[in-house]
Design a protein around this ligand. Structure first.
Ligand SMILES: NC(=O)c1ccc[n+]([C@@H]2O[C@H](COP(=O)([O-])OP(=O)(O)OC[C@H]3O[C@@H](n4cnc5c(N)ncnc54)[C@H](O)[C@@H]3O)[C@@H](O)[C@H]2O)c1
Length: 131
């Protein structure tokens, strides 16, 4: 039986999550990687005032994990092109992105598809596995 993986969701972007995301993206599989919205004690006073509305602050944990993955051990796995197919977000705002199959919804799937097309591997965005 052959299955096509069009997209993967990684919930929790810490050491393991970001390395898993890097592995998957390295295989050409688009990934959505989510983490929690930071707790107030993880933020500066200025950030705390803006966290309700500022998406950059709300995604701070996932984005800093992706940066760390690109610079740390997982960098071996994370080709620059691969980083482009990891989409970050937070559970409160973006959980539905983890449920949307590529190409079947109006939401972010078009972005996925266009990024996937530029992926240089012969497998395109989808990895074929046999089980
Ligand atoms: N790293 C390892 O070698 C290893 C080995 C065995 C088991 N584990 C387990 O795997 C899990 C992840 O390990 P890690 O090393 O990546 O940890 P980590 O601390 O680096 O990452 C955990 C991530 O989960 C996020 N998180 C916190 N609360 C959350 C919630 N309620 N829902 C979703 N995400 C939440 C954190 O913000 C953080 O980014 C842990 O439970 C750990 O005990 C890790």
């Amino acid at each position: 039986m052959s299955r096509t993986i069009r997209k993967a969701a990684v919930l929790g972007s810490g050491v393991m999550g970001s390395a898993i995301a890097a592995h998957l993206a390295g295989c050409g599989i688009p990934v959505v990687m989510l983490d929690i919205v930071p707790f107030p004690n993880m933020l500066s006073e200025a950030e705390q005032k803006k966290v309700a509305t500022d998406k950059k602050i709300r995604n701070k944990l996932a984005s800093s994990s992706l940066e760390a993955a690109a610079e740390g051990q997982a960098a071996r796995l994370l080709h620059k092109k691969a980083a482009d197919i990891i989409e970050i977000g937070n559970f409160d705002d973006d959980f539905d992105k983890s449920k949307t199959p590529t190409g079947s919804s109006k939401s972010s799937s078009n972005a996925w598809t266009s990024r996937s097309r530029s992926w240089p591997r012969s497998t395109s965005s989808a990895a074929r596995i046999r089980s």
